[in-house]
Design a binder for this molecule. Structure first.
Ligand SMILES: C[S@@+](CC[C@H](N)C(=O)[O-])C[C@H]1O[C@@H](n2cnc3c(N)ncnc32)[C@H](O)[C@@H]1O
Length: 189
């Protein structure tokens, strides 16, 4: 059963409605590998997941997790910043997932930052296929997360409504600044 309070599960639910076997997708923040694992299962052996993270610890964790699950074949792991998406990905993608912030249990000083996140989002839009989806889980409870939110919300509000639709979900009866999910879909026509 879907637990809406777990905002990352809500992201999986929505992305899972769009992504199909054989699709090409991106995990822009590999972290512990949960989103890459989810995407690798969804696209299956005929699909491809490009998975980015700047930290060796995150790439190693994701690699080991995928190996355990026997899902490594369809994943290209890149120890690179996600503001270089279009340099490494030269094909249209059906989904791009962001789980912003720092690696849980890792170095909290290595966190996503609004300027690279913004550049990455612009490139993700260039790569997105019609009907494709971008999900962004953000954590405005810490300083860099608050900066990202104050950039992401206006960025999404200003997207051309003929080309894109965007929605934002926040937990209304939780503490101020709890995690939020923003989704962008490229319209089909
Ligand atoms: C909240 S964690 C991601 C969790 C992950 N999606 C999962 O399912 O386990 C955020 C990750 O973003 C990574 N990160 C920070 N800046 C980045 C950048 N510019 N490009 C790619 N990854 C970055 C961090 O190293 C960290 O591992």
């Amino acid at each position: 059963m879907l637990e809406i309070a777990k905002i990352t599960e809500l992201a999986h639910y929505l992305v899972g409605l769009v992504v199909e076997q054989g699709n090409v997708v991106i995990d822009a923040t590999a972290g512990n590998g949960q989103d890459t694992f989810f995407l690798a299962k969804k696209v299956g052996p005929t699909g491809r997941v490009y998975s980015f993270d700047i930290q060796k610890a995150a790439i190693d964790k994701t690699y080991n997790y995928l190996k355990q699950q026997n899902l490594g074949k369809q994943v290209i792991l890149l120890r690179e910043s996600h503001d270089h998406l279009t340099y490494f990905v030269r094909e249209q993608v059906n989904a791009v997932m962001y789980n912003l912030g720092y690696l849980p249990g890792g170095d909290h000083s290595v966190t996503t930052k609004f300027n690279t996140t913004l550049e990455s989002l612009k490139q993700a839009l260039q790569l997105l296929a019609p009907g494709g989806i971008i999900s962004i889980v953000m954590y405005p409870g810490h300083r860099e997360g608050a900066e990202e939110k104050s950039m992401i919300i206006p960025f999404c509000k200003n997207l051309d409504p003929v080309q894109y639709v965007s929605l934002n979900s926040c937990l209304l009866n939780r503490r101020h600044n709890s995690p939020e999910l923003t989704v962008i879909q490229k319209r089909i026509s």
